[in-house]
Design a protein around this ligand. Structure first.
Ligand SMILES: Nc1nc2c(ncn2[C@@H]2O[C@H](COP(=O)(O)OP(=O)(O)OP(=O)(O)O)[C@@H](O)[C@H]2O)c(=O)[nH]1
Ligand SMILES: [Mg+2]
Length: 238
């Protein structure tokens, strides 16, 4: 469950409102913010799903975030939604084992997916997760696109390349994004972008974002909103 939901649940309300640790109103899920030129009036954690039957019943477009564990998926979602702790950011990689759905402006869902191929998760659980993710991508016809993150310093591992390839096969649009822009200098950035472009066979160099410095969020929001506006009639499924 999202930490925001846990902390703000009814059982904690009195402490939150009157105690020493009361949270300022601007940090709650309902504060209005503009991020990268996009106005966000509401963000709600809706639910977690561990199987296809657990997906939200509400038919809204979905954009999912995928990539290796620790690449910065949850941090990027927080940065995009202008929230600090709504999506759980892990100090220990590989903690997310479910799909977490966040409803933005009551118009669409951003979906946090488990990290790809995390070595410390037992093989069977890892296999189960990859089957579940593949099933979700293949069968959820509300999924309008998948943001796949690759650390700008690593250029993409074999498992990233394989995963992106298998998602492309389903017909789901993949937006390749380089993460952790603040971790590299200009020449490392140029090298990293070139490598990612080659590894993933991209027509153009990918966008590189930083959730810490908030770089690239304007372009990313534009790309996400564009993907949401494109209905893919060819995708069959749930
Ligand atoms: N410097 C820097 N650190 C980042 C950035 N994005 C994420 N991090 C850090 O990277 C670590 C992992 O971030 P998460 O957002 O939890 O990564 P994740 O991909 O969701 O990881 P899993 O949930 O384990 O799959 C955390 O310590 C973050 O603070 C970034 O843009 N810059
Ligand atoms: Mg995460």
């Amino acid at each position: 469950m999202s930490p925001e939901v846990k902390k703000n649940g009814p059982q904690n309300a009195p402490e939150r409102l009157v105690g020493k640790k009361a949270r300022p109103l601007k940090e709650t899920a309902q504060a209005e913010v503009t991020v990268g030129g996009y106005k966000i009036t509401s963000v709600e954690f809706v639910k977690s799903a561990v199987s296809l039957s657990g997906l939200p019943k509400e038919r809204l477009p979905q954009i999912a975030f995928l990539g290796r564990s620790n690449v910065g998926k949850s941090s990027l979602m927080n940065a995009l939604m202008g929230r600090k702790n709504l999506v759980k950011v892990s100090s220990t990689p590989g903690k997310t084992h479910e799909l977490n759905f966040f409803r933005v402006n009551k118009e669409f869902f951003l979906v946090d997916l488990p990290g790809v191929g995390f070595a410390k998760v037992g093989n069977s659980l890892r296999d189960e997760m990859s089957v579940f993710i593949r099933d979700y991508v293949e069968k959820c016809k509300d999924l309008r696109g998948l943001v796949y993150l690759v650390d700008i310093r690593h250029g993409g591992h074999a498992i990233d390349i394989e995963t992106v390839e298998s998602i492309r096969e389903t017909g789901c649009p993949v937006l390749l994004i380089a993460s952790k822009r603040d971790k590299v200098n200009q020449s490392e950035l140029a090298k990293g972008l070139k490598l990612i472009q080659q590894n993933f066979d991209l027509e153009e160099k990918p966008l590189c974002v930083s959730s810490v410095k908030k770089n690239g969020l304007d372009q990313l929001w534009q790309d996400i909103l564009y993907a949401i506006s494109q209905k893919n009639e060819k995708r069959e499924g749930l």
